[in-house]
Write a protein that binds this ligand. Sequence first.
Ligand code: KG4
Ligand code: ZN
Length: 348
Amino acid sequence: MADEPLILGIETSCDETGVGVVRGHTLLADALASSVEQHARFGGVVPEVASRAHLEAIVPTMERALTEAGVTIADIDAIAVTAGPGLAGALLVGVAAAKGYAVAAEKPIYGVNHLAAHVAVDTLEHGPLPEPAVALLVSGGHSSLLLIDDLARGVTPLGATIDDAAGEAFDKIARLLGLPFPGGPYIDREARAGDPAAIAFPRGLTAAKDLARHRYDFSFSGLKTAVARWVEARQRAGEPVPVADVAASFQEAVCDVLVGKALDACRSNGVETLVIGGGVAANSRLRAMAEQRAARQGIRVRVPRPGLCTDNGAMVAALGSHLVAAGVAPSRLDLPADSAMPLTTVSV
Ligand code: KG4
Ligand code: ZN
């Protein structure tokens, strides 16, 4: 609808420079410039390289988004920007750019939480999120289960990883198997040709003794070690490593734990909607497993299409749009970039 607010979103927390434009829940533009190829040879994101790439990409990406949406900065009602969590130098570029545009065009600014934006993006595909909902957030830097009572004003953390993030585990195992960075999509692809039951890898924090203290927490470091030991034993024996089977069995172990704990959180909180967000939500096995198991329990799963799961500007615009609609006050113009912004802070 033309009378809904027109929101611009800027994302620069990691290696993607994203600018999105939404009107209400309608996505109008989602421009992206990625520095992922500049990091590939290091096997991980190099913060200084990411910051420099954002500096170069921010203005052209902004112009591309406005053109794609067919609007000018003067038409925008509010600017939302990822204020944290993320890489400090990378966040600074987006926050400084957002402030510059906000001052120049006299627009309100919203400094928002990247993780809440990963949840909000689903509204662009599936409409308003029923509340309460449970959110499973799985990205390269975070893995958390959240209870969403009110996405505009606060979320309740239920659990999180106690070591590696799920995406980090995918990236490390991919590296071990000689696959490119970032490894998640490559494991996903390899696993399609493999047998998920070929190797029984451990499911972290699912034993009865762990559940007492860590019912909704995750741990992937034991799994990572188990995969490494298994591969090393093969190599020592001079046998070929069955990459597809290892990828499929590893992926199965990760998804099994993520889905099991997320559905447990829904049941025990009387929640009927599970929303999955973050880069790992693009994983085809995670999506299929969550849908199958949830359907048997009468729980509805919402996952945005893969292109909206990984970092982008549209997700920030979607959260900004939700905040404006909920009547949340804008941020101060001196809002800081906060690399360690807590999950419970939706906007600053
Ligand atoms: O949300 P995101 O784009 O950036 C962060 O905020 O971290 O997530 C990136 C992570 C990477 O670890 C990447 O390997 C993983 O998401 N990822 C996947 C898939 N696509 C991206 N993991 C598993 N399967 C995928 N298809
Ligand atoms: Zn992310």
